[in-house]
Design a protein around this ligand. Structure first.
Ligand SMILES: *Cc1c(COP(=O)(O)O)cnc(C)c1O
Length: 609
């Protein structure tokens, strides 16, 4: 049975049971049941399902791992963590993160004014807030306001200019001063696809010389008692643990060096984010080479060792891993609208009274195909189709002949692949590429899987039902945008096989997994497709509950959001209809109500029942 790499990427979060994919938690509802229940409310197009229990699981994993390592290593500092809002700022994600993190005092990280406002409004006073990114005077003042309101807030300085602005704000206002962290520029670099955050040419951070300068400025402004944190972040989706260890040694020694120089309030190292998520679906695909247990134990052991060597008290350890915490919690469900090679279905064959000799022969080959002769017949068929296409170009056979030839050859290949397993591997690959079925999904890759479009990041994909049937069709996936980049091509080295479904008789839904990090925030309205409808699924021992519907934008709302005066647009549409002279009054009002329904729906296709 094809399990679509479930054992590689799903961390036991999902399982296949008979025909369907189940959420492997408590009452184990099937994704199909959840999907059908939502669609019964006339929802069409793609949907996002959020599972808060998976956020809880990841937060628990993170804290338990670090707390275990702290105990094992007799480490004296404590573990603290913040969720970086840029990974997913949507209301029901932040609600789940803060809710599930409450017991740990899990905090929030902000990188812009809007995110800082969000962090201030969603944090309790005993959970930390950290602030990164470029800051102006207003953003720094906002951090002071947060402190004034009682938050445990640390503002990380990315450059000396920011520190000077802080000192200015301190001198000109009587607001309480937040804690101050320094982002250090490490010479060790990251390794993931996104590793542009460290190294001497990195966008962020202070060099050793600047750190010493910062210490002087802080001391002169009488702010040394506010300097509590050293921060670094070497990049996202770190695949190799070695660069993290190098960065830790470097940052640990910077910390110890500053302590020795008398930074008496300094008490924390913030190791940034970057914990990797498994997106791979095939055995030979590149996986990150460490577990959360190895990661936490390396961090704690190394920091303890460095501090002990320098005679410095163990610092508290902060992390800002976001992808690790939320990637697994959401699943994108997309209906399949069409299988393009249904056009080659056998019953569309329309042989004429008299057929060209090569077509007759193709038909003979097809009729007499068996496991012993199929490889030979297959080669004959591939030879014939070349000749037939040339004959067509030269005008010797007609369009019906050509259609018959294509149908026959397509079915000879398809049937041969079923009859024998003896086709040589490279030929098989080639045949699968030419036979591939194109699955049209009712979704936009630009909106829902932007990292596939931008970075070719693979996301695990599988049908959520039909698993008792063999999936035989080499598949490529097309979205409904008019952009040829909206395609996930068939890769013979990492093939995706899907089912041959007659969509006039039954539904077919694909699930894309581990899409909870970055995709929603980065998604774009290419072709003016809106974000999918989204739902929170709360599962208990007996059943599940669908909560927190967030509807996708209607066609009118999406036009409104890019600046059109939709009242004016609608008035124009109505006027055209009213002025139309060749329809009756009744026809006008019927047409108008049809138009109004369409304007109020989202723009995804409504062709499936
Ligand atoms: C983006 C970012 C993170 C989160 O990174 P993940 O790879 O999602 O864990 C953490 N810290 C900083 C400073 C960031 O910019």
């Amino acid at each position: 049975m094809n399990t679509y790499g479930l054992n590689i990427w799903s961390d036991d979060n999902f399982i296949i049971d008979e025909d369907e994919v189940l959420v492997n938690y408590k009452s184990k509802p099937s994704l199909l049941d959840i999907t059908q229940k939502i669609r019964s409310l006339d929802v069409r197009g793609p949907i996002i399902l959020r599972f808060p229990h998976l956020i809880k699981k990841q937060i628990n994993n993170l804290y338990n791992s670090f707390n275990y390592s702290i105990e094992e290593n007799n480490y004296k500092g404590s573990f603290r963590a913040v969720f970086p809002l840029k990974v997913n700022q949507l209301p029901f994600v932040v609600a789940a993160v803060t809710d599930e993190g409450k017991n740990f005092s899990y905090g929030l990280e902000a990188g812009s004014k809007a995110e800082l406002i969000l962090a201030m409004s969603k944090s309790t006073n005993n959970s930390p807030i950290t602030v990164n990114g470029f800051k102006d005077k207003e953003m720094i003042t906002l951090a002071f306001i947060a402190k004034q309101s009682g938050h445990d807030i640390t503002i990380t300085i990315e450059g000396l200019g920011e520190l000077k602005t802080i000192i200015e704000v301190v001198e000109k206002s009587d607001l309480k001063v937040p804690n101050i962290g320094l982002r250090v520029r490490l010479h060790s670099t990251g390794s993931g696809t996104w590793a542009k955050s460290a190294g001497m040419d990195a966008k962020f951070g202070l060099t050793a010389t600047e750190i010493l300068e910062a210490r002087k400025l802080l001391s002169a402004a009488n702010l040394l008692d506010k300097f509590t944190m050293i921060h670094f972040h070497i990049g996202s989706q770190m695949e190799d643990i070695a660069p993290i260890k190098r960065a830790l040694r470097e940052a640990g020694n910077i910390y110890a060096g500053l302590k020795v120089l008398g930074a008496s309030s300094l008490n924390s190292i913030n190791i940034g984010g970057g914990l990797a998520v498994t997106y791979a679906q095939h055995d030979d695909a590149k996986l990150h080479n460490y577990s959360i247990e190895e990661f936490s134990s390396s961090v704690i052991f190394l920091l303890g060792e460095i501090m002990d060597a320098k005679g410095v008290k163990h610092p508290d350890v902060f992390t800002e891993s976001g992808r690790f915490v939320v990637a697994s919690h959401s699943v994108l469900i997309t209906p399949v609208l069409e299988l393009f090679t249904q056009d080659y279905h056998e019953n569309l064959l329309n042989l004429q009274e008299s057929n060209p000799p090569l077509i007759k022969e193709l038909n003979e080959l097809y009729t007499h195909l068996n496991p012993d002769n199929c490889i030979e017949y297959l080669h004959d068929a591939l030879d014939h189709i070349e000749s037939l296409l040339t004959l067509f170009d030269l005008g010797y056979i007609n369009l019906q002949d050509r259609s018959n030839a294509e149908i026959l050859v397509h079915n000879i290949i398809k049937k041969s692949l079923n009859l024998t397993s003896k086709i040589n591997a490279s030929e098989l690959k080639q045949l699968q590429v030419s036979l591939q079925e194109r699955y049209l999904i009712n979704a936009s890759i630009f909106q829902s899987l932007p990292d596939y479009w931008g970075l070719k990041q693979h996301f695990p994909v599988m049908p959520i039902h039909h698993h008792t049937k063999q999936a035989m069709r080499a598949a490529s996936i097309w979205d409904i945008t008019c952009d040829s980049d909206g395609e996930i091509g068939f890769d013979p080295d990492k093939p995706l096989y899907l089912h041959d479904i007659d969509l006039t008789k039954e539904d077919y839904f694909l699930g894309f997994f581990n899409v909870g990090a970055y995709q929603e925030a980065l998604g774009m309205s290419h072709n003016l497709f809106t974000h999918p409808n989204e739902y929170t699924i709360v599962i208990d021992d007996n059943s599940f509950e669908i909560k927190n519907e967030v509807e996708s934008k209607s066609t009118l709302n999406i036009l409104d959001s890019i600046g059109y005066d939709t009242n004016k647009l609608v008035r124009k549409l109505k006027m055209d209809l009213n002025q139309s002279s060749f329809i009756t009054k009744k026809e006008k009002s019927d047409t108008l109500s049809k138009l109004e329904i369409i304007l109020a729906q989202n723009g995804y296709l409504r062709t499936t029942s």
